[in-house]
Structures are given as structure tokens and as C-alpha cells.
Design a protein around this ligand. Structure first.
Ligand SMILES: Cc1cc2nc3c(=O)[nH]c(=O)nc-3n(C[C@H](O)[C@H](O)[C@H](O)COP(=O)(O)OP(=O)(O)OC[C@H]3O[C@@H](n4cnc5c(N)ncnc54)[C@H](O)[C@@H]3O)c2cc1C
Length: 446
């Protein structure tokens, strides 16, 4: 057995809106994960062969060089990934070799769902209830402890990501870091106990688990996370928080099964809806300009900008932040939700096609659950979840001198206030892109 990882140059391809499909921070996290995997394999007597190129070309060539009978990989569910699988299989078969794909990634195996995936419920809660009652989670495999490696084989090197040199990662990619974080979060800091109360936070590292990046790349198994939750429930405590982390893993499963059921519909403007509700927003100069300001964190709305700056610097954003910036893009800037999803795809270290496009569908109101379609009043959200303004001031230090009760409405400061708080609108911080006086009135929802 020869473990191989292929870095696909298609990750560097440009999006028509002017950025790489996978930005530097995301590629850095991936490179760290692959280096760590190599280290793990070396510790058990094997190694990881690393190549750069198209997997459907590199793998058949390597299989030929080695005289391998078959290639084994995990099965993907979305179009671009499946196109690679198909091309790979065709080339391998032309050489008399086979491709074996394995269902991985989710807590519940596709084959163990209590319904055929074509009958997946359109409402998450119905899915959750069925799976909790009738689903099963397969046991984990033990990791191999003793492998061998063909010494003559060129191991290759993990490509460096020079553009990401100055990023500010909270965590590094790779299983070692993932297991360390889980141990810290559950056992050392005992934070699982209060997860349900803290999970809507935005500032710091400990309000939520931060497992997402490792789960997305396969450095951490959801089945292992669940087993650790259960151990915690036996050894420490069982409460709403311990339940809730497992519940969130079901959302993750659900979005993967939604992608299987609906295929490419998750990528189209009207999503899972049968008919377009309205025409997709037009690609105008002004729309592109608003999108640039959103993407770079320069909308003049502090909660949005702070979150977008955090994403740029770290490749991560809290769930609360993601919901707000997505709602703002779709419902306040009236832009095409797919632009937002494409930017998240480029930036997120936890980018996963199903979770990303699936969550965007729901925020954009084109998923299949009508109850998920709601508007976020950004000011109400900001004053509720960042009452003291500590989060926005952390990412927008130019607002440090603005008092907490005004920081989320900074666009409304008078000239005198700007002078006394040490911030000039349009100079140190942008004027707001939208009329912020519309917020704070109606129930903006939490
Ligand atoms: C517009 C938008 C885009 C998103 N894109 C992604 C994405 O590309 N990849 C991704 O992993 N998550 C995505 N999410 C979901 C969620 O925001 C992140 O999973 C979560 O913030 C990660 O932080 P955490 O690991 O600390 O989460 P925790 O709160 O600790 O949750 C534990 C785990 O549960 C899963 N989970 C939690 N919430 C969700 C959810 N709503 N959907 C799917 N899985 C969830 C994640 O795997 C997460 O690691 C998106 C959410 C929104 C609103």
C-alpha cells in the first residue's frame, strides 16, 4: 500500500470575480494537514507520496510505475469532485486497474440511513428525529500501527504557500493539532459542559469547538468526536451542551445528504426551489463594487466588516458571523448569494462544498425549509451578541475610541463625535453602504 496525496492545481484557478478558488490561507491549512499526515505515516514505518498535478493523470501514472492493481479513495458527492473521480476511473480501467471509492466524512453512513436518500426529509428536524431514533453510527477502525514503504520511491515535497506567510492562524492543519484541540476543549478546559450557552459567541477561541477545519479535511472523524462526547457524558456530565455538539454534527451530515439528493441544484440561483422566485441579481458595476466592499470588510457596518476581516486574516468565522454576513449580502446588498458562497469557498479553512453551499442556500431562502428563511437585523444582532463592542474593536482597531453604545452605529456619528472619538468616516473607516437607520426597529430575530 502506498499512501498518496495529490495537490490539484485547479485549486489555484481564478474565479470570474477575481480571486483564487482556494485562497492562500485555505491552501496553507491544507498543506499543514498533509505534512502532519506524512509525519503520522512515517511514525508507523510508511510515508506519504506527495505530487502536484491533476489526480486523474498523476495517479494512473503512479499506479503504472508501481504495478498497483487498484486505487482506493474516499467518495465525494459534488460535481467537480465527482468529475475527477470519473476521469480517474476511466484512465485506470483503460490500463486494467480499478478504482474503489469509500463513503467517508459523515457520522452516519449513507447506507445506514433510515430512509433512501431520495426520500431525505426536506426539513432538518424530521431528518434528525428519524436518525436519532433509527440511525446507527458505525464503530471506529483502529489506526494501523505497522506499515512498510518502498524505499526507492520519490516521496515528493509538500508545496509551500508563500502568499500565506503572514496569516494569523488560530490553529494549524493536521490530525495532531485536531486531537490536541479536542483534548483541550473537552478534557482540560472542560468547555463542552457549557457549549450550548457559548456557541453563539464571536470573540476568542473557546466559544465553540473549532473542529470544522479538521472535519472538512478528514483530519478528525465525526465518529471519533461522537465517541468522545459519549465518554465525556459517562465520565463528566451529560447535559444539553453535550447533546448539542452531536446535534451540530447532524447538520453537517444533513447537508451532505442534501447534496446527494439534489445534485447540482445546490449551486443554482434558485437552489432547491422548483421555480425561480425572481431573476438572479444582475452583474452590474455597482453590484461588483458592493461585493468588493463586502469581501474586503469595508461596508461601513462594523459587525459585517469585523467578521470579514477575521475571515481574511484567519480563514475562519463564527457561525453567528457567517449568518450575519450572508444575510447582509443577500438581503441588504441584494447581491447574488452565489458570489458570497464563492468567496467563502476561497477563504474558509473549513470549506466543505455541502456545508458551505447548503448553509448559503438556507440563508438565501432557496433551501427547502421555509422556516430557515429569515432576515437578520444587523444592528439588533450586533447589540445582542457584541454588546460591549469588544469583537468589532478587536478586528477594527480604528473604532477603539468609540463608546460601546455607539460603535455599532458608527455611520451615524456627527462630525463632533467623530473628532472626539478619534475616527473620521470616509477616511479611517468607510461610510456605510446601506442606510443603517432601517435597523433596530422591528424584531430582527436571534
Ligand atoms: C453561510 C454559511 C456558510 C458555512 N460554510 C461552512 C463550511 O464551508 N464548512 C463548514 O464546516 N461549516 C460551514 N458553516 C457552518 C458553521 O458556521 C461552521 O461549521 C462552524 O461555525 C464551525 O465552527 P466550530 O467547528 O467551532 O463549530 P461548532 O459550533 O463547535 O460545531 C461543531 C461542528 O458541527 C458542524 N456544524 C456546526 N454548525 C453547522 C452548520 N450550520 N452546518 C454544517 N455543519 C455544522 C461543524 O462540522 C462543526 O465543526 C457555514 C455556515 C453558514 C451560515
Amino acid at each position: 500500500m502506498v499512501p498518496v496525496y495529490v495537490f490539484d492545481p485547479r485549486l489555484l484557478a481564478g474565479h470570474p470575480l477575481g480571486f483564487a478558488k482556494a485562497g492562500a490561507v485555505r491552501r496553507q491549512f491544507l498543506a499543514e494537514a498533509v505534512r502532519d499526515l506524512r509525519q503520522q505515516l512515517r511514525q508507523v514505518g510508511s510515508d506519504l507520496v506527495v505530487r502536484v498535478g491533476l489526480p486523474e493523470e498523476v495517479l494512473p501514472a503512479l499506479a503504472q510505475e508501481l504495478g498497483a492493481a487498484a486505487v482506493y479513495a474516499s467518495a465525494e458527492v459534488t460535481q467537480e469532485e465527482q468529475a475527477v473521480e470519473t476521469a480517474l476511473e476511466e484512465r485506470l480501467e483503460a490500463d486494467g486497474r480499478s478504482l474503489h471509492l469509500f463513503w467517508q466524512a459523515t457520522l452516519h453512513h449513507l447506507d445506514d440511513l433510515p430512509m433512501p436518500v431520495r426520500n431525505l426529509p426536506d426539513v432538518f428536524t424530521q431528518f434528525k428525529n428519524k436518525v436519532e431514533k433509527f440511525g446507527k453510527v458505525r464503530p471506529q477502525f483502529a489506526a494501523p500501527t505497522n506499515l512498510t514503504f518502498a524505499e526507492t520511491l520519490d516521496r515528493g515535497t509538500v508545496p509551500a504557500v508563500p502568499e500565506a506567510a503572514d496569516y494569523q492562524p488560530a490553529f494549524r492543519g493536521g490530525e495532531t493539532e485536531a486531537l490536541g484541540r479536542l483534548h483541550d476543549y473537552f478534557w482540560t478546559k472542560d468547555l463542552l459542559r457549557t457549549y450550548k450557552e457559548t456557541r453563539n459567541g464571536m470573540l476568542g477561541l473557546d466559544y465553540s469547538s473549532r473542529f470544522s477545519g479538521w472535519l472538512a479535511l478528514g483530519c478528525l472523524s465525526p465518529r471519533f468526536v461522537l465517541a468522545e462526547i459519549q465518554r465525556y457524558e459517562t465520565e463528566r456530565t451529560q447535559n444539553e451542551s453535550t447533546y448539542w455538539l452531536g446535534f451540530e454534527l447532524l447538520w453537517r451530515d444533513y447537508f451532505r445528504f442534501v447534496a446527494v439528493k439534489f445534485g447540482n441544484r445546490i449551486f443554482r440561483s434558485h437552489g432547491l426551489k422548483e421555480e425561480p422566485l425572481r431573476r438572479a441579481p444582475a452583474v452590474t458595476k455597482s453590484a461588483q463594487h458592493s461585493f468588493e466592499q463586502w469581501r474586503l470588510g469595508e461596508t461601513g457596518v462594523p459587525l459585517i466588516d469585523a467578521n470579514m476581516k477575521e475571515l481574511l486574516a484567519t480563514g475562519y468565522m463564527s457561525n453567528r458571523g457567517r449568518q450575519n454576513v450572508a444575510s447582509f449580502l443577500v438581503k441588504d446588498l441584494l447581491l447574488d448569494w452565489r458570489w458570497g458562497a464563492a468567496w467563502f469557498e476561497s477563504q474558509l479553512i473549513d470549506y466543505d462544498p455541502c456545508s458551505n453551499w447548503g448553509n448559503w442556500l438556507y440563508v438565501a431562502g432557496v433551501g427547502n425549509d421555509p422556516r430557515e428563511n429569515r432576515y437578520f437585523d444587523i444592528l439588533r444582532q450586533a447589540t445582542y451578541y457584541d454588546a460591549a463592542g469588544a469583537y468589532v474593536k478587536h478586528w477594527l482597531p480604528q473604532l477603539t475610541g468609540v463608546p460601546a453604545e455607539q460603535v455599532h452605529r458608527v455611520g451615524l456619528l456627527t462630525n463632533d463625535e467623530q473628532r472626539s472619538f478619534g475616527v473620521r468616516l470616509g477616511v479611517d473607516y468607510p461610510n456605510p453602504l446601506v442606510d443603517v437607520r432601517k435597523w433596530g426597529q422591528a424584531d430582527g430575530g436571534r
